[in-house]
Ligand binder design. Structure first.
Ligand SMILES: [Zn+2]
Length: 343
């Protein structure tokens, strides 16, 4: 059946764009029970009738020092989140939604604001009171209404969910997470329809991990690849709830995240149990320090690849693992121009 969403925790079918499962409060996912279309990757998103496109997807993958870098930083708003924003916003537009809210002062906020603007929607972005930086400016330039909220990150999310506009959360909406499948398809295609041995990603809220896993699984089920790569989730010493859970370490989140990797902020991710399940099946988690991130960031830049600190974590983790001979893809999530600070 095409166009079905199901609760990831109790299996209830989503009835009408509800954000959380009515029965158990769990997150929904898009059910992938259609054949993989090799000749046209966009055909693998059959719930979209008309794409609100800004030129996303098909980002370059380059090889350097025996490693592949998938440069998703070269998507239209400068981050991989455009893969999720394009599918979510295109779907919502098709369902007649005209006003949306979202909570993110970072890449997700910028991406939702851009695609919302392209779709002619009214967009409200809820952000922490003290927000600053390039990404917040980017959101504003796309014409979104910025609403500053006092209190914790959770209070910001609550305000966005409580808005009279439809809550287009990049964490809860299944059609956002689902767009990330496209990343797995492109990586496998660009390696000659083979899965890499390792796929490194930064991990925060979980939409990247859950989304890309579904893409690999889709191709595995259809016999396109013969294995799912080992997915290595990378977290920082300050924000490592997933790694702590996998390794059985006690983790106490800091009251304030001060790491240079400022996009990796989910100290208590809503999708934690779903992430842990995938990594136990087919991956692992690696923690890197700020010192390691800064060295990795500098080294990439000296090779001509300018990334966000939050993206440099994958290179730091790769160096730490000392792999040799395996095929490795590092996912570069966000552009370096977004995290430049002028003093
Ligand atoms: Zn449920």
């Amino acid at each position: 059946m095409i166009n079905m969403e199901m609760c990831m925790r109790c299996g209830s079918v989503r009835e009408d764009l509800e954000v959380r499962c009515k029965r158990c409060g769990g997150p929904f996912k898009v059910v992938i029970d259609f054949p993989f279309v090799k000749s046209d990757l966009r055909a693998n998103f059959p719930y979209i009738k008309e794409w609100v496109t800004l030129g996303e997807f098909n980002t370059p993958m380059i090889r350097k020092n025996n490693v592949w870098f998938k440069l998703d930083s070269l998507n239209p708003t400068g981050s991989y989140k455009d893969r999720g924003a394009v599918t979510l916003i295109s779907y919502l537009k098709g369902r007649g939604i005209r006003r949306i809210s979202e909570d993110s002062s970072g890449n997700a906020g910028a991406s939702i604001a851009a695609y919302g603007a392209a779709a002619g929607m009214e967009v409200e972005i809820y952000v922490p009171e003290n927000v600053s930086g390039v990404k917040a400016k980017q959101i504003e330039l796309y014409g979104a209404k910025i609403i500053k909220v006092k209190g914790s990150r959770n209070d910001v999310a609550k305000a966005a969910e409580g808005s009279s506009a439809y809550y287009a959360s990049h964490i809860l909406q299944p059609h956002f997470r689902d767009g990330i499948r496209s990343l797995a398809y492109e990586v496998v295609r660009d390696l000659g329809w083979r899965a890499p041995d390792y796929f490194f990603i930064p991990t925060s809220a979980g939409s990247l991990l859950l989304g890309v896993y579904e893409g690999f699984k889709h191709m595995l089920n259809d016999g396109i690849i013969d294995k799912i790569p080992r997915i290595i989730s990378v977290q920082t010493e300050q924000v490592m709830p997933v790694c702590a859970k996998i390794k059985g370490i006690n983790y106490l989140p800091p009251t304030k995240v001060t790491s240079v990797a400022d996009a990796l902020v989910s100290t208590q991710p809503y999708l934690l149990e779903e992430m842990v399940k995938i990594l136990k099946e087919t991956g692992d988690c690696v923690v890197v320090s700020d010192e390691e991130i800064i060295v990795a960031h500098k080294e990439l830049a000296k090779n001509g690849i300018l990334v966000e600190y939050s993206s440099a974590v994958v290179y730091a983790a790769y160096k730490k693992m000392r792999l040799s001979g395996e095929s490795v893809v590092l996912h570069i999530t966000g552009h370096g121009l977004k995290s430049i600070k002028f003093s």
